[in-house]
Design a protein around this ligand. Sequence first.
Ligand code: FCB
Length: 437
Amino acid sequence: MFSFDRRDFGPDFTFGVATAAYQIEGGQGHGRGPSIWDTFSATPGNVHNGDTGLHACNHYELWPADLDLIRDGGFDAYRFSFAWPRLIPQGTGAINIEGVDFYDRLIDGMLERGIKPYATLYHWDLPSTLQDRGGWMNRDIAHWFADYATLIAQKFGDRLAATATINEPWCVAFLSHFLGVHAPGYRDLRATARAMHHVLFAHGQAIDALRAEGTKNLGIVLNLEKSEPMTQSADDIAACNFGDAAFNRWYLDGLFKGRYPKEMTEWLAPYLPENYQADMEVVSRPLDWLGINYYTRGLYRASNVPGMPVEQVKGPLELTDIGWEIYPQGLSDLLVRVSNDYTKIPLYVTENGMAEVEGEDDPRRVKYYDDHLKAVLAAREAGADVRGYFAWSLLDNYEWAEGYNKRFGLVHVDYETQQRTPKASYRSFQGLLHNTR
Ligand code: FCB
């Protein structure tokens, strides 16, 4: 059980759970086109155990039971993502009616159960045909994405409580084009620089498209880390500032100040798209809310590797099963920082949670949530306007390059039988939220 009361968050605070299409849906027939995660995961060596999202949690068929779990847990809201290739199989052009019908049923299913739909347009499953045309490296993606956003607005917009354009642009750009860990798995600085700008330019174009169609309550979801230097030496502090610029400030400065941090524009100068400055007004379109995904801190020291500006090191704190340090204070610090330095629009913690070894008794996870929810309360007391919190994740699911090996769910999934079994962490939320919706 948690050590606080729901009333501590006030009557209007939204509690939810989050998932993403590729990680849970399966159902890859039904007119859905191929995505970059299908081919990336099919390429030997990219994903633990060669796991793919082919079946995942079979949410495509089992969604009514999954929505029942959300309702029975007492949650107010469900953060889900649309799969672009399910709606527009080739990325542009013809629409897949079966896909539209699926999301119609899913959204109506939420509304029937009194669950507010919080939608994300892009959670990493880019249609493969668009990757063939350069994907996030191609400036045209802003128009492809805006057209897709228009479709979402027209078909579903009036039923959505909140809509985010992109999930975690750092992952879309840096993790996928510089570190090569996620699809499309590139390690190329020019590809990275272009993706870093185009992902935010596409976001801004999609905001315009959604607004033009009358869709309300628009935002974006950033993954932020608490960047800290390993020691107080001048070199480590400089490394930390660079890491902070690459991870946090590129996105925060771009969105809320209409400019990119100097450390980054200097580093990437030869590779950034020509005249990117002219796009910054679109990048920094006003938003209605900001989502923050928080898992851990980043600890930096000066790099000894030639050409690498900084090095990230593992710290001494307790680790989750995926090897991330547990650091609730970092969540408070980030929320307060964003509120003080960037924006007064409502903030939501759109993802937070931990990987834990398989099992239905998960006391470490209960404590993780308890400590992080208290960190949210502390940030609110310090003046940050945090309006909601979404646990990652409803279900154990396909954890990208880690495959099915890492489990983040409040509910255990047996992938052989697709049996769902609530864990102690689910029961803790149920105890907190029950009968208060
Ligand atoms: C975030 C992703 C989400 C999930 C969690 C663990 O970066 O948005 O899909 O994989 O990490």
